[in-house]
Design a protein. Structure first.
Length: 148
């Protein structure tokens, strides 16, 4: 949320001052939102997790099928200006999935941590062993494309 807040301030400054030039860092780098819980909770509440994932799938479909209404809802809920929403909306890919790009990103980050001595671990874990796929597979199997 810090980036979004900072971006909001930059947008406000650009609207008030002419000649401002900005560029984004890591523009081509994907960012992932990851849902995390422990196995104990998941074993006891798999139905809750599945309902939540179903709600996310429905939200994604709503955004894709009603982009202008979705923008208006986001603008209203977050108290953003329409010019700000119009500026940042195209920078977002609203998609729900479990795909190989997540595993690659996790492996790359783990390798970076090992290489920079930011962990005492020397071996990169198999991240697919830590990802719960059943819930999203139950909601929409097409959204799960992990290679296990």
């Amino acid at each position: 949320m810090l980036w979004q807040q900072g971006s909001l301030y930059i947008n406000q400054i650009q609207n008030q001052v002419s000649g401002i030039v900005t560029w984004q860092l890591n523009n081509a780098q994907q960012a992932f939102g990851i849902l995390i819980c422990n196995n104990g909770w998941l074993n006891q509440h798999a139905d809750v997790a599945e309902r939540f994932l179903k709600a996310l799938d429905e939200a994604q479909n709503y955004i894709l099928n009603n982009p202008e209404r979705a923008k208006a809802i986001a603008q209203n809920q977050l108290n953003y200006t329409s010019s700000y929403i119009d500026a940042v909306w195209p920078q977002h890919d609203f998609s729900l999935s479990l795909d190989q790009s997540l595993i690659i990103a996790l492996q790359d980050e783990a390798q970076w941590m090992v290489s920079n001595h930011l962990t005492n671990q020397m071996q990169i874990p198999n991240f697919t062993n830590y990802i719960y796929t059943r819930g999203l597979s139950e909601v929409n199997p097409q959204l799960v494309t992990l290679v296990t």
